[in-house]
Write a protein that binds this ligand. Structure first.
Ligand SMILES: C[S@@+](CC[C@H](N)C(=O)[O-])C[C@H]1O[C@@H](n2cnc3c(N)ncnc32)[C@H](O)[C@@H]1O
Length: 185
């Protein structure tokens, strides 16, 4: 094999390794990476209906599709929580180029350590097992009236106040209180 072929093979391997790292590396923490499409982000924002005075938290913000859009469209304050370093770098570059830099706070860390008690709206697009793990934290921390809106994977056992395709919107505490009432009967 000649030097050009070796270089070609190494490039392919490096590309593959980067692809696996970027899209699947964070699986162990709670989800791989898949950006929220503009169409789905608009649905999530419409169902959550945040205002300019609301605090919105995106749990697993990726490169900021949803976080930047909600700051831009609704003027809300946003905490974009993301565990992957490279994605937070891309997110901060996108934030710098946009007009909403003061409204978006990027938090590099584990979403399970984020305090949700002040949030009016919480967004998530995570792996099903992570939704089940998240449920007790949400039930402890979401304040009455706070909305939790998730793409693709619902919270097992909760009752949504609205759905739109693969988007589920819940309001605390009715979404879990109604389950408790139903279980009692
Ligand atoms: C499906 S993507 C979400 C996309 C994003 N919300 C958007 O608007 O494009 C899931 C993200 O959650 C992140 N993630 C997974 N587990 C996490 C954890 N425990 N703490 C923080 N972020 C996490 C992943 O790194 C990934 O970027």
């Amino acid at each position: 094999m000649g030097p050009m072929e070796v270089a070609g093979l190494l490039t392919v391997f490096a590309g593959l390794a980067f692809f696996v790292y970027f899209f699947f590396g964070s699986f162990a923490y709670g989800a791989g990476y898949e950006p929220t499409s503009a169409r789905v982000a608009d649905r999530m924002i419409r169902l959550a209906n945040p205002s300019a005075s609301d605090l919105v938290i995106d749990l697993g913000a990726g490169t900021g599709e949803l976080a930047l859009r909600v700051a831009r469209d609704r003027g809300s304050r946003v905490r974009a929580v993301e565990i992957d370093r490279l994605r937070t770098v891309i997110l901060s570059l996108r934030q710098r180029w946009g007009n909403d830099r003061d409204r978006v706070t990027i938090v590099r860390g584990n979403l399970f350590e984020e305090d949700l008690t002040r949030a009016n709206v919480v967004f998530a697009f995570l792996w099903p097992a992570t939704m089940a793990r998240l449920r007790p934290k949400l039930e402890r921390e979401l304040r009455p009236g706070a909305r939790f809106v998730t793409h693709y994977h619902p919270i097992p056992g909760w009752v949504p106040y609205a759905t739109s395709g693969p988007v589920y919107a819940y309001r605390a505490p009715e979404c879990w209180a109604s389950v408790a009432t139903r279980d009692d009967t």
